[in-house]
Structures are given as structure tokens and as C-alpha cells.
Design a protein around this ligand. Structure first.
Ligand code: KG4
Ligand code: ZN
Length: 339
């Protein structure tokens, strides 16, 4: 029997709803971004985010069903992110999901947002360098986004081991903060990557926090080093200096992420490496990882790197098949981690 799951994602600043068939075929993938709201503040403003979700969620759900040429009665279940994330944002998605599931008499499947980022790799994209579901366990995943930097060993469906993560800033947060220092705009990742293309990655000697013997990361020292270097520069910064700093910063982040990911993949003898999350859209990161190993390094099209409903529907499909169902008392878990 065909399984059609509606995936609802509102953990941060995207109202995203998608319909996925059998965990692999994307029938629709609608994303209402709050980019313009948060760009004014240079970061995410939680109350604004919840309010924007409330306004967007019904139209986004209708559009997701319309694009899939389906009605509520054609769905098998509803999957929803219940954590981790911003409390007000998560509540909007979960309440909507409960209402829809109750009124349409559909099962409700709870999904961990981070698990969603992994299951994006089971979606069939047909894009070069994507896994398209051709995956064998064990797998090593690097999740790098605005809120997370984690290395996860995936032994089976639903079987995860947290190997390490950031002790301070997430990688994407560091990109966003340094972009602000360089006045490159928000979100910082794509702006830094673009500027870095014109710069010399060896122009500034920035630190790399290796934290030997662990799979942990730290980016706050790097951020402070960038700030100190910029303060020492006299006079207005030239476009060349901005590009050199963007390139040097990006090289420092990418080198540590790629090196530690490859080390973990070797130690645990994984069959492939999965790059997930907004920062995995960075081409320098993909190149650095692929240059260091013969193990396949899979990455996703940009729309599946950042937050989306399809990844929640994909993770929800596996959970549905495993018999997982939420009860009506399901609450949000803003600090949810790996089970
Ligand atoms: O996964 P995501 O949409 O949201 C979270 O769950 O946090 O990731 C957003 C983050 C932002 O910090 C953004 O600057 C970063 O991903 N990002 C990038 C690139 N594209 C997005 N960082 C580096 N290079 C990129 N090309
Ligand atoms: Zn995310």
C-alpha cells in the first residue's frame, strides 16, 4: 500500500510542509521563509517567528496538498517536528498537526528535527552527488546548521550514537556572526561563501580548534580572532580585505569540519558520509570532505539542506512503518536530543 505522509516543519524560521510518497518521492515541498522579517534584525527574533508561522501555516498546508493533487483524505498520516527548536515556533506546528490529524482521523507521527536532517538523504533527488536512498549502514552524518553542529553515527534506522558536537557556537551561527562583522548581510553562510570566492584563504592566519581526542568542535575562538584582526585594521576595509577574511574564515571552519568528519568515518568504518543542514550547502565544505576520503560523501540540493517539510515526512515514514504513533498529549520538546 502506498504511504503518503504530510510533513510539517516549524522549528525555527521556515514554515515548511510537504507530501512525500513511500518515504522517497517528493510530491510537493512548500516553504514560506521568514527571511525578510529576520534580515531586519540580523538574526532570528523568536516571537516574530511564531507569529509568522501562525499566519503562514494554513496557506502553506493548502498549497502543499494542492501541488501534490491530493486532499486530506488521501493522506496516510501526518508527521510533525516536536523538537528541538524555538518553543513558540514548535507549538504552532504541533497544534496545527494535532488539529488536522484529529479532524481528519489520521495518525500523528512525532519527528525529531535532527533525525529529519538525516532522512533527507533517503529522498530521491536525481542530483549528482546525492545518495538518493542508496544507503547502507553504518553511516556517519555531519549535521551543520544555524543551531547545530553534530557528528552522528547511524547504525540502523532509529539507532543513533552522538559522537560529538559544538561546545559553543554552531557552525552556521559562526558564519552568520562573522558575516555581520564583515557587513555582508543575513543569512551569512551564502554571503561568506560568495565573497570567499574572490579571496585568499591563506591571507589571514586564523586558529583551528582541533580539540584532539574528541569529536567536539568550537568556533567561538575563531570568531573572536576574526573580530580582533578586523579591529587592528586601520582605515576603511577594502573589498579585497573583506574577501580575504571571508575566505580565511571559511577555510578554518571547513578544514576542521571535514577533517574530523573523515576521522570519525574511518574509525567507525562507515559505508558513506552524509552532509546535512544549511551549512552543508557550502561547496568548499563538500570539496574539502571529498578531497580527504574515498568513502562516498553525499550532499543534498540546497532546498533539502535547509529546513523543509520533506525531510520530516521522510523520517515520519520510517517511524510510521516502525509503528510509532503520538498520543494527543504529545508536547513540544525544545531541547530534544538523540535518544
Ligand atoms: O538548516 P538551516 O536552514 O537552519 C537551522 O536548522 O539552523 O541552516 C541555516 C544556516 C544559517 O546559519 C546559514 O548561514 C547557513 O545555514 N548556510 C550556509 C550556507 N547556506 C546556508 N553556511 C555556509 N555556506 C552556505 N552556502
Ligand atoms: Zn534544521
Amino acid at each position: 500500500m502506498t504511504i503518503r505522509i504530510l510533513g510539517i516543519e516549524t522549528s525555527c524560521d521556515e514554515t515548511a510542509i510537504s507530501v512525500v510518497e513511500d518515504g522517497v518521492h517528493i510530491l510537493s515541498n512548500v516553504i514560506a521563509s521568514q527571511f525578510e522579517i529576520h534580515a531586519q534584525y540580523g538574526g532570528i527574533y523568536p516571537e516574530m517567528a511564531s507569529r509568522a508561522h501562525i499566519k503562514a501555516i494554513v496557506p502553506v498546508a493548502k498549497q502543499a496538498l494542492c501541488q501534490a493533487h491530493l486532499g486530506w483524505q488521501d493522506l496516510t498520516a501526518i508527521a510533525v517536528t516536536y523538537g528541538p527548536g524555538l518553543p513558540g515556533s514548535l507549538l504552532t506546528g504541533l497544534n496545527f498537526a494535532k488539529g488536522a490529524a484529529l479532524s481528519c482521523d489520521l495518525p500523528l507521527i512525532p519527528v525529531n528535527h535532527l533525525e529529519g536532517h538525516l532522512y533527507a538523504h533517503w529522498l530521491q533527488t536525481g542530483v549528482a552527488g546525492a545518495a538518493d536512498g542508496r544507503l547502507e549502514f553504518p553511516l556517519l552524518a555531519l549535521i551543520v546548521s544555524g543551531g547545530h553542529t553534530e557528528l552522528i553515527l547511524m547504525r540502523e534506522h532509529g539507532n543513533y550514537e552522538y559522537l560529538g558536537g559544538t561546545l559553543d557556537d554552531a557552525a552556521g551561527e559562526a558564519f552568520d556572526k562573522v558575516a555581520r562583522m564583515l557587513e555582508l548581510g543575513y543569512p551569512g553562510g551564502p554571503a561568506i561563501e560568495e565573497s570567499a570566492q574572490q579571496g585568499n584563504p591563506r591571507a589571514f592566519n586564523l586558529p583551528r580548534a582541533w580539540l584532539p581526542g574528541t569529536y567536539d568542535f568550537s568556533f567561538s575562538g575563531l570568531k573572536t580572532a576574526v573580530l580582533r584582526t578586523l579591529k587592528r585594521q586601520l582605515g576603511p576595509r577594502s573589498p579585497r580585505q573583506t574577501a580575504d577574511m571571508a575566505a580565511s574564515f571559511q577555510a578554518s571552519v571547513v578544514e576542521v569540519l571535514a577533517e574530523k568528519t573523515i576521522q570519525a568515518a574511518q574509525e567507525y568504518e562507515t559505508s558513506a558520509i552524509l552532509l546535512s543542514g544549511g551549512v552543508s550547502a557550502n561547496m568548499a565544505l563538500r570539496r574539502a570532505a571529498r578531497a580527504r576520503t574515498s568513502v562516498p560523501v553525499y550532499a543534498l540540493p540546497p532546498v533539502l539542506c535547509t529546513d523543509n517539510g520533506a525531510m520530516i515526512a521522510a523520517a515520519g515514514t520510517w517511524r510510521y512503518q516502525a509503528g510509532v504513533r503520538a498520543d494527543w498529549e504529545l508536547d513540544i520538546e525544545p531541547g530534544l536530543s538523540w535518544a
